[in-house]
Design a protein around this ligand. Structure first.
Ligand SMILES: [Zn+2]
Length: 549
C-alpha cells in the first residue's frame, strides 16, 4: 500500500516534503520523505519520474573499494542513518546477490574538482559516485541532510539525479584556542560541525599572547611556562582580573588524534603560529627574545601588545626555525599559517639590535613602507624559507602585503576584501575571511541585551549570506581566490556551547557562499532550507542560535 501512495506523490515530493494529506495515517507516520534542497544547496537536482527508493531495514551499503577512506565513508554513512532513522544499515563490500536494495559508494566520477559527486536515486539503489573519497563524502553529507531530522523511521527518497561540485576548493573555519582553551573533544565536535557544512579546512589558532597550546618536543617550556595565565579580565574591564589561573594545552596524542579525526572527515588542519607579534607566550618563556628583555607575562586582557619578538636577535631566528620545523613534522597538510598580523613597531624603533639588523639588511623607508615594516617582511621571509625546506607553504594575514610578500605565500584577507584583491592583482593566492561578514565573534542580533556578551559589531545571518567573494576582482584574477573562511576569536567566548551558538547558523550561510552556485543565492529560500538544517543541529546536539536577522 505504501508503494501506491508513494508513486502518486513522488512527483511533488522534491522540495515540498511528504504530503500530509495522504490517505493512510499509518504510512505517513512510518515514512518521511527526503528533500534534496539541503544546505548548501546542490548545483543540480534533476527529478526523475521513476519510483522512489525506500530506506528500510533491508538496505545495505555497498563499498567495493579497498580504499580505507571509502570504508570510513561507508561506516560514517551507516552511523548517520542509524542516528537519523534508528535503522541498522550494514556495510558490505560486495553487492548482495538477491534483489535487496543498496546504497552503493564509489569513486568512479570524472570531474574537474575532487570534491564533486553525483547521486543517482532509483527504486533499486542509491549510487553515490565521488570524484575522490572526499567527493563521495560530500554526496553522503547531502544524502544525510536530505532526511527529515525531526522524524525517525523509514525514509522515502524520490527518484532523482543530483550533480554537485563546490564553487571553492578552500572552505575554511577558524578556531581560536589561545584566548580561551577548548579541549580536544570540543575540537572534534567542531570538526563534526564543519563536516555537516561541507567545510574542509580547519584553521587552528594555537598560540597567542594569552596562551600557548601546542606541545613541542624541543621546546616543552612553551607549555610549562606559556600555557597557564594568572587570571583573566572580567568582561571588558581591562583593569580587572579574576585572579583565577586559566589555561590548558593539548598532549601530542591529542594533536595526532584530532588530525586523524579531521582527515577521516576530509578536513585538513592548518596550524597557526602567530608571529612576530602576538608572541607573549613565547616571550614569557624566553624573556631574552624580546627587545626590552622583559620580564613578560601571559596577558590577562585582550588587544594588541606592543611587546613582540625582537627581529634583531639571532636567537629569535633559531627558535623560530626549531618551532616551525617541528610544526611542519606534526601537521601533514601543505600549509602552515604564520600570522603576521598586528605587530606594532614601537619596540623595534627603539631597539638597538633591531636597528642594527635594519642597517645590516640595508633597509630604508620609502613612500610605501617603513624600514620596520620591511624588517617584518624579513622575519616572514625567514619563516617561509624554514617551512619551504620542509615542503610547506605559508598563509599569512593580509598585513604581509606591507612589504615584500614571499612568492608562494597565500594572503588571508581579514580587513575586508581589499587584501585579497591586492594579493590576486600581484599574482598571489588569497582566502577571503573579511571581518565585515565572517568575524563570528560579532553580535548576530541587534537585540544585544538578550545576547551573550560579544566583542561588538553586528553580523546578522543575512549579512554572512550576502558576501560576494569576487566583488571587485577582475575575471582573469578570480583563479587566485582559493576560497572563503569564517573566523572565531574567543576573547569573550568561554564555553563550547557558546562557540557553537556563535557559528551556527551563520556557518550555514557561509557554506552556501563556499559551495553553492552564486546564481542560486536567495536568502528567503535559504531560510526555508535552514529549517531542516536546524533539525540536524538538534539531532547532533549542536547548540545554535534561533536568530535569523
Ligand atoms: Zn629588537
Amino acid at each position: 500500500m505504501r508503494k501506491n501512495i508513494i508513486s502518486s506523490l513522488f512527483a511533488i515530493a522534491i522540495g515540498f516534503g511528504f504530503c500530509q494529506g495522504a490517505p493512510s495515517s499509518e504510512t505517513v507516520t512510518t515514512a518521511s520523505t527526503a528533500n534534496y534542497e539541503v544546505v548548501p544547496i546542490p548545483h543540480k537536482i534533476l527529478p526523475d519520474r521513476g519510483k522512489p527508493f525506500i530506506l528500510d531495514a533491508d538496505v545495505s551499503i555497498v563499498c567495493k573499494n579497498d580504499n580505507p577512506q571509502m570504508l570510513k565513508n561507508a561506516e560514517m554513512l551507516s552511523a548517520y542513518l542509524k542516528q537519523l532513522t534508528g535503522l541498522d544499515i550494514r556495510v558490505v563490500n560486495t553487492p548482495i546477490a538477491t534483489a535487496s536494495k543498496q546504497i552503493v559508494l564509489s569513486t568512479s566520477l570524472t570531474a574537474d574538482s575532487p570534491d564533486a559527486y553525483k547521486i543517482n536515486i532509483t527504486q533499486e539503489a542509491i549510487t553515490i559516485s565521488g570524484a575522490s573519497p572526499a567527493g563521495t563524502f560530500y554526496g553522503i553529507q547531502t544524502l544525510r541532510k536530505s532526511i527529515d531530522a525531526g522524524e525517525k523511521g523509514e525514509v522515502v527518497f524520490p527518484a532523482a539525479v543530483i550533480e554537485d561540485a563546490p564553487e571553492f576548493a578552500y572552505r575554511g573555519a577558524h578556531l581560536d584556542v589561545a584566548r580561551h582553551f577548548f579541549p580536544a573533544d570540543s575540537v572534534k565536535k567542531y570538526i563534526d560541525m564543519m563536516a555537516l557544512h561541507n567545510m574542509n579546512r580547519l584553521h587552528w589558532h594555537l598560540t597567542d599572547d594569552q596562551g600557548w597550546r601546542l606541545p613541542l618536543k624541543r621546546h616543552p617550556e612553551l607549555i610549562t611556562k606559556g600555557a597557564i595565565r594568572r587570571g583573566t579580565c572580567i568582561g571588558k574591564d581591562f583593569s580587572s582580573c579574576d585572579s583565577i589561573p586559566y589555561g590548558g594545552f593539548y598532549t601530542p596524542a591529542e594533536i595526532r588524534d584530532v588530525i586523524a579525526y579531521a582527515a577521516d572527515r576530509h578536513i585538513s588542519i592548518i596550524p597557526e603560529i602567530d608571529l612576530p607579534g602576538h608572541m607573549l607566550a613565547m616571550l614569557t618563556a624566553h624573556p631574552d627574545l624580546g627587545c626590552t628583555g622583559g620580564p613578560y607575562e601571559l596577558w590577562t586582557i585582550w588587544g594588541i601588545s606592543d611587546d613582540v619578538l625582537c627581529a634583531g636577535n639571532d636567537d629569535v631566528y633559531t627558535i623560530l626555525d626549531e618551532v616551525l620545523s617541528e610544526v611542519a613534522e606534526i601537521f601533514p597538510y601543505q600549509y602552515v599559517h604564520i600570522g603576521g598580523d598586528e605587530c606594532p613597531k614601537d619596540r623595534w624603533k627603539e631597539c638597538q639590535k633591531c636597528q642594527a639588523k635594519i642597517k645590516e639588511l640595508g633597509l630604508t623607508d620609502d613612500e610605501e613602507f617603513t624600514k620596520e615594516q620591511k624588517l617584518q617582511s624579513h622575519v616572514m621571509k625567514f619563516a617561509t624559507d624554514v617551512l619551504s625546506r620542509h615542503g610547506k607553504k605559508i598563509i599569512g594575514w593580509d598585513e604581509i602585503l606591507e612589504g615584500t610578500v614571499p612568492d608562494d605565500a597565500v594572503v588571508m584577507s581579514w580587513r575586508g576584501s581589499e587584501g585579497g584583491k591586492k594579493a590576486a592583482e600581484t599574482g598571489h593566492d588569497a582566502i577571503m575571511a573579511p571581518y565585515t561578514h565572517y568575524y563570528l565573534d560579532y553580535y548576530q542580533s541587534e537585540d544585544r541585551e538578550n545576547e551573550p556578551l560579544a566583542i561588538g559589531g553586528y553580523i546578522p545571518l543575512s549579512k554572512s549570506y550576502s558576501f560576494e567573494p569576487f566583488d571587485g576582482i577582475s575575471p582573469e584574477n578570480r583563479k587566485h581566490i582559493l576560497g572563503v573562511q569564517a573566523n572565531l576569536w574567543t576573547e569573550y567566548i568561554h564555553t563550547f556551547p557558546h562557540v557553537q551558538y556563535m557559528v551556527l547558523p551563520r556557518w550555514a550561510a557561509l557554506s552556501e557562499v563556499q559551495w553553492s552556485a552564486p546564481e542560486s543565492r536567495d536568502f528567503d529560500a535559504f531560510r526555508t532550507r535552514l529549517a531542516n538544517m536546524k533539525e540536524h543541529y538538534r539531532a547532533n546536539g549542536f547548540n545554535f542560535s534561533e536568530r535569523e536577522e
